[in-house]
Design a protein around this ligand. Structure first.
Ligand SMILES: Cc1ncc(COP(=O)(O)O)c(C=O)c1O
Length: 477
């Protein structure tokens, strides 16, 4: 099984070729009612199977039991729209058995990933020394960042240093933040300080009031403030300027979760909504959402990476070789901090090891598909693709307003729309949602807004046209 086999290679690559060529990707149905146990029974046993048989099983029965998240008709949760080049390069990453944990073993890959991180840091307005790594998703990124926030506060001069033994730290967060933030706070043994919002937005005044209250209540010290750059349910960008300033005035870590919305930084017009993002101590942007990368790819950036390194570096005798800059015979030592901006630290400086910036050791070089696609297409193409979704959201808003049976819940800020079908109950929305999936019109699951069931459209795929939105609205008549 370690020998290259031409026939299996052809089989698998021709499947990949066909999948890549689907235009458009069909929505398909998922496996709600399917039972796979008979199909899979006995497949894995002491002996093997013919690869054609296994691939046929996958092609005919498994891969079809999927609602395709990269279909332009997938309008729920957060869709995906990976570029073909990014998907192709993901195959290169897989075929090359890359482990992008360290500079020692993967200098070239780390430099390329860091070039993309530099670009994202620059778009966000972070200082040139900012840096980080790519992790599997926004959830992993939020957890890794908040661990740094907590442990930095525990450090000698941090706000937890003088706290009574046993006191639990708190993280200021609104009810609109992504569920993974609450989960991360729980994992870290911290408590949330839930900040009330103003029109569903974290603002300087609401944060100040909550932090003032926290100074005299019985809870532990607040070590971090989490703001969201594009809420998942409604695409709302918090007041990053105001909340960042308040956090920093009080010596607190400012974390910005722009997992969904961060792609909008490529659009100069949308960028204005993110004013203040440059204050972030840590920032999350998921390229597998609005930057057209395949799963799994989340960018995690720190304003001061040395703080993250102090927390995340794994110490083990067998890993000590990661710490010294490798010197090829006859060549000067290289370290490769952020590939794009500063890549040759002086003698004695440790090389840039992605493992030092998140809770992970071995890692797929998951930033490379995005790197390849960005290098091939250029940033203008990314700006255009992001702006296409924003323009579709704007046009869809007008359509919702002029359709007699629908009513807009609020003006969209990015590319997520909330609207109601006049007179409908949750049951009506749920039946409609199942029906339009059966009819292959769209995947459109309802959400809840201020206690009321409403319809939600997440428009991210550049090929999601207004005609598709029109079909969705017509299906509600
Ligand atoms: C704002 C935000 N943060 C975090 C996440 C979690 O990201 P992931 O699913 O990549 O773990 C999401 C997912 O939709 C999100 O929208």
């Amino acid at each position: 099984m370690f020998v290259y086999d031409e026939r299996t290679t052809d089989l698998v690559l021709s499947y990949c070729r066909e999948r890549l060529a689907l235009d458009p990707v069909p929505l398909d149905y998922g496996g709600y009612e399917a039972d796979f146990s008979d199909l899979l029974e006995g497949l894995i046993g002491p002996g093997g199977n013919d690869p054609q048989k296994v691939l046929d099983l996958f092609t005919e029965h498994l891969s079809t039991a999927v609602v395709s998240i990269d279909s332009p008709r997938f309008l729920s949760f957060i869709p995906a729209a990976p570029t073909k080049d990014a998907l192709l390069f993901d195959m290169v990453v897989s075929s090359s058995s890359l482990n992008g944990a360290s500079w020692l073993l993967a200098a070239g890959l780390v430099a390329a990933e860091n070039q993309v991180l530099s670009l994202l840091a620059e778009l966000a307005g972070l200082p040139p020394e900012a840096g980080g790594t790519f992790v599997s998703g926004g959830s992993a990124a939020n957890l890794s960042a908040l661990l740094v926030a907590r442990d930095t506060a525990y450090a000698a001069d941090g706000p937890m240093a003088s706290a009574e033994h046993g006191t639990r730290p708190r993280v200021a967060v609104t009810g609109e933040a992504h569920s993974s933030v609450t989960k991360a706070i729980h994992v870290l043994g911290a408590d949330p300080l839930v900040v009330p919002t103003v029109d569903h937005r974290l603002t300087a005044s609401s944060l100040t009031a909550a932090l003032d209250g926290a100074e005299t209540d019985a809870g532990g010290p607040v070590v971090a403030v989490v703001a969201t750059g594009g809420t998942t349910n409604a695409g709302i960008v918090d007041d990053l300027n105001g909340s960042g300033a308040v956090a920093h005035q009080r010596g607190m870590w400012f974390h910005v979760d722009a997992a969904y919305g961060g792609g909008a930084l490529f659009s100069p017009a949308a960028r204005t909504r993110f004013a203040g993002i440059e204050q972030a101590d840590s920032l999350v942007i998921d390229p597998h959402k609005w930057l057209f990368a395949p799963y799994d790819c989340a960018a995690l950036l720190y304003r001061d990476p040395s703080l993250a390194k102090a927390v995340h570096t794994q110490d083990a005798a067998y890993l000590s070789a990661f710490r010294s800059a490798p010197r090829a015979p006859g060549r000067p030592p290289v370290g490769g901090r952020r590939g794009g901006r500063r890549d040759e630290p002086g003698l004695g400086e440790e090389p840039w090891n992605p493992t030092d910036y998140a809770f992970q050791l071995s890692r797929r070089s998951r930033g490379l598909p995005l790197w390849f696609s960005l290098a091939v297409h250029g940033t203008d193409a990314y700006r255009n693709a992001v702006e296409t979704a924003i323009a579709t959201a704007r046009d869809a808003t007008e359509l919702i307003k002029t359709t007699p049976h629908t009513e807009l819940v609020r003006e969209p800020e990015l590319s997520i729309l909330l609207f109601r079908r006049r007179g409908w109950t949750r049951g009506d929305y749920e039946r409609w949602s199942s029906r339009i999936l059966s009819d292959q019109i769209a995947l459109c699951v309802p959400t809840t807004w201020e206690g009321e069931p409403v319809a939600r459209l997440a428009l991210l795929h550049p090929e999601t046209t207004l005609a598709i939105v029109q079909q969705v609205l017509a299906s509600m008549a």
